[in-house]
Design a protein around this ligand. Sequence first.
Ligand SMILES: [Fe+2]
Length: 210
Amino acid sequence: MTQARIEHLVTSGKFSLDGGTWDVDNNVWLVGDDTEVIVIDAAHDADAIAGAVGGRTLRAIVCTHAHNDHIDAAPALAARTGAPVLLHPDDLPLWKLTHPDLVPDGELADGQVLTVAGAELRVLHTPGHAPGAVCLYAPALRTLFSGDTLFAGGPGATGRSYSHFPAIVESIRDRLLILPADTVVRTGHGETTTVGAEAPHLQEWIDRGF
Ligand SMILES: [Fe+2]
């Protein structure tokens, strides 16, 4: 029985790609107990995230993908805490756009299991929004951390470089919508949803093309 709990903060900054820049609010998720914690997506504000970690040991900074808004504060948070930054290697080209002189400390791979506070986080490689996009499934917490792969209302954006709509559809259909319907989907931006709330809409998304 895990004592792990989920904490959440929202940080604000910019998303930039393909020459455009947009204001964005990002969800930053923490999974852990009173002793240790993992951060999912160190977005925008290392001070705020370090404050949420507090005196606990930060085991890892997990990047759901390497769009700048999800990784911009990762090196600063790593420097403050000594925690390793973990990224799927297929997103290294995107990482380099934001941090050209740095590399992540370790790799995420499909099927890998991260453990914190007795809770397992299973890495699901879910390409489409980005080639190295991953989701993290925590069965004991009935939670999927979906990054920008699945939102309340549909898939993540696939209109910009490094994205592919057929790939995100395949990832969502084959890896995410097979999870238990009551799995809570905690997203990279905006509202939380559930697998059961989203699953009936897959064909609508395919038909509309986004
Ligand atoms: Fe993204």
